[in-house]
Design a protein around this ligand. Structure first.
Ligand SMILES: Cc1ncc(COP(=O)(O)O)c(C=O)c1O
Length: 396
């Protein structure tokens, strides 16, 4: 028989660390429930996951095939294949008219990998980092797992859900912040920061010594006005982007960062140790993806059509309140006339109407009870069918 100390030690072998106790990403649970319905023969319209419906650009697929046929797939430099870094730098010149040195570009395992690297390079355990609520849940969860303290700041529809300099300063005065992370176009709201709003926020953050991190993963998917990169507004900002969304390459797991010069070597050392390098095949495909822009613009026009279908159709179904869908492929709808429990609402909508969407509580534990996020990254026919199903389900 084990004595008490040994039992305690044995128990210690079975428990995970406190820092690994992060909440699940609820959208994954909705996906799993939808999969179960489909496995039993049901047909679900998928509006839960933020995943493009179209495949990667043909040029990217061709480059990957050619690489498989002709070369060994070796490690690359930890910072990424030099020609890909140069191509990304060129993208800043072509898209934003902004000069970025290829030496400032680091290729990462999606933007998810970039969050880990940048948080490690910028912050110490215990540092407070502001994030917006509603917002992409992994921002908070990754910061927690790394021992930092995410500081949620509520944003409001009157400011298009942009974080204001004033709100940032208010949080900073309560207890000093070391960083702030914002995304525009944003997930889940689909709203965007205007050039003025972004300029003001960066100026306020930097005047207080708060590091600015800009998640630009939905750049390219802007409908209301052109998205502005923080790389153009500050030499000290950390800019994070990815091939997942505009280039439809979620599973390839490749993204990038634009870093201030002083952070390049620390991030290189981290990447060498944490991952060695980003998957080579994905980097080769990503470089070629820039040649598929015409194809991706056609995909974007499809999202615009979907957006129009929902903006017209959802109010007729009774969902009249939603935020301006400026960019990305999300529409964040207020469902408070129907429920005060968005989790239950989406569960019933999936079971009874066979439309999968994500409850707002994934993005905002409090106000999210009154919101549902619809992703419109699939076909126009799916969007029309979703409107028909929701209209019938809500009894309109
Ligand atoms: C706002 C935002 N940032 C980052 C990511 C992570 O994307 P990836 O790691 O595929 O680049 C997502 C994914 O949905 C997202 O919505």
């Amino acid at each position: 028989m084990l004595d008490a100390t040994k039992t305690q030690r044995a128990r210690g072998l079975l428990t995970a660390s406190a820092r690994s106790d992060v909440p699940p990403f609820m959208v994954m649970d909705v996906m799993a429930a939808a999969d179960r319905i489909e496995a039993a023969g049901g047909h679900v319209i998928h509006m839960e996951v933020g995943q493009p419906w179209a495949p990667a650009p043909r040029a990217a697929l061709a480059a990957a095939h050619a690489a498989l046929d002709s070369s060994r797939i070796d490690y690359t430099s930890a910072l990424g294949i030099p020609s890909l870094r140069a191509r990304i730098a060129r993208h800043y010149r072509e898209t934003y008219g902004c000069d970025v040195d290829p030496d400032q570009i680091v290729v990462t395992t999606g933007s998810s990998g970039a969050f880990i690297l940048s948080f490690l390079a910028l912050f110490e355990p215990g540092d407070r980092v502001a994030v917006t609520v509603p917002g992409y849940p992994p921002y908070r969860h990754i910061l927690n797992a790394l021992g930092c303290e995410p500081v949620p700041i509520e944003t409001h529809s009157e400011t298009r859900h942009a974080l204001t300099g004033e709100a940032l300063l208010e949080a900073h005065r309560k207890a000093p912040l070391k960083g702030v992370l914002v995304g525009s176009p944003a997930n889940p709201t689909g709203t965007m920061m205007t050039r003025e709003a972004l300029t003001e926020l960066i100026a306020v953050a930097e005047s207080e010594g708060i590091r600015f991190i800009s998640d630009e993963i939905y750049h390219g998917l802007d409908y209301a006005f052109p998205a502005v990169t923080a790389a153009e507004l500050s030499r000290d900002a950390v800019v994070i982007n990815s091939f997942s969304k505009y280039f439809c390459m979620t599973g390839w797991r490749v993204g990038w960062m634009v870093l201030p010069e002083s952070l390049v070597r620390p991030v290189e050392r981290l990447q060498q140790n944490l991952a060695i390098s980003v998957p080579t095949l994905s980097q080769i495909a990503a470089e070629a993806a820039f040649d598929g822009r015409a194809e991706m613009e056609a995909v974007k026009r499809g999202y615009e059509e979907n957006r129009a279908i929902l903006i017209e159709g959802l109010p007729k179904a009774g969902l009249t309140e939603f935020l301006p869908a400026d960019g990305a492929f999300y529409l964040y709808a207020d469902v408070s006339t129907f429920t005060s429990d968005s989790y239950d609402f989406t569960k019933r909508m999936l079971e009874e109407a066979r439309v999968a969407a994500t409850p707002g509580i994934d993005f905002d534990p409090v106000r999210g009870k009154s919101f549902v996020r619809f992703s419109y990254a699939r076909s126009a026919e799916d969007m029309r069918e979703a409107v028909r199903r929701i209209t019938a389900w809500l009894g309109r």
